[in-house]
Design a protein around this ligand. Structure first.
Ligand code: ATP
Ligand code: ZN
Ligand code: ZN
Length: 617
């Protein structure tokens, strides 16, 4: 029999790699403390499992009542008492029979014990370990558990946790099983950390692009379209157009050539490219055009534009003098993202990527990647994106499980990865490396941004590819007249229009810089007799290509101003008698700041300066 110290040490290996061990133990221990309090409050409650999760933990109970706010308060107070009692977490090994006796009233724990004896861990996953069954006890409460825990409840901070809510769940997550009650809590090392987390949550909720998108009428999810297929409403569509023009202008000046290629192609294309072998799971199933179709081929919605841009390259003979050739497109693509991960605009199933493929000579690779990086930095600066970090995304970890996600060509991976690492190193930008984040055809430089909650996602990507040029037998004629193979650089600078919009909505909480605001100026005539002047002013601004909303409703002035502020319109111009007489406008900002009366010409100059400098006001 193992000693208590050995049993405790054995529990440490269950801490996931990317989880802070201190937080893991603390949250897991609090879950036991919560379970004790819940069972004291509801003696009929049967604890099932209660693991640590991202910001805290949950615990599922078979419980026939809906706990009230009063119950939750009681449970929280009782937990604080237990914490103050400084009870040790004691562990002992038990036999399966002993376990069956100990938990004879809890069918869930009995099922877990059966699983353990059959070589499964408490989450039902096959486990290589010999079935050691352990019980942890603090105070009066014992739980079947593999650990790890803190030493005593005194190591927990009574101010560091908060029970958030109780929701429904199912035993084993399966809706065919018994419905359970899930107690959610967030838990931290101390009260200050808890407060900081709650503040971040509140801020994130305020900025959530789904909420802001609804309030500002930017986009909507229509159930009849299906999940992952949002529609852009007029104001969202305006932002998208502005982004598209913004980036294509930059690209044109950087020597890119824009094309349009079809969203659909024969399956054959993806067989050649390798998408069919390595990316099929992310593609919509092919369309069988059947007997009656005028095509006996199966057709696919494209998940990427690379094979299409390759056809553009191949549309004529290329010489070494022509390279680099930079083919760009706001390319529509379709990916069968799992329904659990799609949401809002950040991960969708039908998207438009700011895509380009650079066909370059081997001696041009580094300089072209450097060119993309500098384009990216300029675009980010204009968009106001200042916090990001670079990730060198590599193929499968050689020490990890085998995978067929990547093309099998070790020499190619080695040389492409080395190339990207050198570019990053030479550019002097700090970066980190990650396994299992590459494209199937090659490694990437990904540009990672964080949301308010600190979650990372990829905006830009630059990829070095020697695989597709070989598959499609791409060539150019070199200076000595021999055929040579170009290298392909895939890159997306401002990501998909969808993901960039979701990011910008949250970055600005909907209060966009003037150049991106769907409506830049709200004109508020005080009474009917100011309507005509307001309308004329609106037309005048529209003529100069500014986006204006003239509020000719019968609402009172204060209500009109408030509406415009809620819509986060940068400038609100109030028109009354005085303004009309002086050909002036009373200028307010969406923040509520009152800039007073200004001659119309002066306001226009101010507006145009804000647009040109891409500022907020
Ligand atoms: P991810 O790892 O996010 O699934 P990926 O590595 O498959 O993306 P790429 O093929 O490199 O993505 O796509 C280019 C860019 O398109 C990504 O960097 C990301 O910004 C964006 N993107 C990818 N998938 C989606 C999606 N489902 N919805 C919105 N944007 C997406
Ligand atoms: Zn435990
Ligand atoms: Zn590509």
């Amino acid at each position: 029999m193992a000693t208590e110290a050995e049993l405790k040490a054995a529990g440490e290996k269950y801490i996931p790699k990317d989880y802070d061990p201190a937080l893991y133990k603390l949250r897991h221990s609090l879950a036991h403390v919560l379970a004790q309090a819940v069972v004291e409050r509801f003696p009929q409650a049967k604890p099932t499992i209660g693991p640590p999760v991202e910001y805290g933990f949950y615990y599922d109970f078979d419980l026939d009542v809906n706990p009230s706010d009063g119950d939750l308060e009681w449970i929280g107070n009782r937990m604080r008492q237990i914490i103050k009692g400084k009870h040790a977490f004691k562990v002992r090994e038990i036999s399966a029979d002993e376990g069956r006796e100990l938990f004879k009233d809890n069918p869930y724990k009995l099922e877990l014990i059966d699983g353990l004896t059959a070589g499964k861990d408490e989450y039902g996953n096959a486990s290589a370990d010999a079935p050691t069954i352990t019980v942890y006890q603090q105070d009066t409460f014992s739980d079947l558990c593999r650990g790890p825990h803190v030493e005593t409840t005194g190591d927990l901070d009574a101010k560091g946790f908060k029970i958030q809510q109780v929701t429904g769940s199912y035993w084993r997550g399966d809706s065919k099983n018994k419905a359970l009650k899930r107690f959610h809590a967030t838990a931290w090392v101390n009260g200050d950390d808890l407060k900081a987390h709650l503040a971040r949550l509140e801020e994130a909720a305020k900025r959530d692009h789904r909420k802001v998108g609804r309030e500002l009428e930017l986009f909507a999810n229509e159930p009849v379209f299906g999940s992952g297929f949002p529609m852009l409403l007029p104001k969202g569509a305006t932002i998208r157009r502005l982004l598209e023009t913004f980036i294509t202008d930059y690209e044109r000046r950087a020597g890119y050539l824009h094309v349009f290629t079809p969203d659909i192609a024969k399956k054959e294309l993806y067989k050649i490219s390798g998408h069919w072998d390595h990316y099929k799971d992310s593609m919509f199933p092919p369309m069988d055009m059947g007997e009656g179709g005028n095509d006996d081929e199966e057709l696919c919605l494209r998940p990427m534009c690379c094979p299409h841009h390759i056809q553009v390259y191949k549309s004529k003979a290329r010489s070494y003098r022509d390279l680099p050739i930079r083919i760009a497109e706001l390319g529509n693509m379709y990916r069968f993202e799992r329904s659990g991960v799609v949401g809002g605009l950040s991960r969708v199933r039908c998207m438009t990527l700011n895509d380009a493929h650079l066909f370059v000579r081997p001696d041009q690779v580094k300089q072209e990647i450097a060119g993309v990086l500098s384009l990216m930095k300029k675009a980010y600066a204009d968009l106001g994106i200042t916090e990001y970090r670079f990730r060198l995304s590599k193929n499968g970890d050689p020490d990890g499980p085998a995978t067929d996600k990547y093309v099998d060509n070790p020499a190619m991976w080695e040389s492409s990865t080395t190339m990207l690492r050198e570019v990053l190193t030479e550019s002097g930008m700090p970066f980190f490396e990650a396994w299992n984040e590459a494209a199937f055809y090659g490694p990437k430089i990904d540009v990672q941004v964080k949301d308010v909650m600190g979650r990372e996602e990829t905006l830009s990507t630059i990829q070095a590819d020697q695989h597709l040029p070989a598959k499609f037998e791409l060539e150019y004629k070199d200076s000595d007249d021999t055929p040579k193979r170009p290298v392909m650089i895939h890159r997306g600078v401002i990501s998909t229009m969808e993901r960039m919009m979701s990011y910008l909505i949250e970055l600005y909480a909907g209060a966009f810089p003037v150049w991106l605001a769907p409506v830049q100026v709200a004109i508020v005539p005080i009474g009917d007799r100011h309507f005509e002047f307001a309308q004329k002013l609106g037309d005048q601004l529209l003529d100069k290509d500014h986006r204006v909303d003239v509020d000719l409703s019968s609402k009172r002035m204060q209500a009109k101003i408030r509406d415009a502020q809620l819509q986060k319109i940068p400038y609100i111009l109030v028109i009354g008698d005085k303004e009309m007489e002086a050909n002036a406008v009373a200028v307010r900002l969406r923040s509520g700041e009152d800039l007073g009366a200004k001659p119309v010409a002066e306001f226009v100059a101010m507006l145009e300066k804000a647009i040109a400098t891409r500022t907020l006001k």
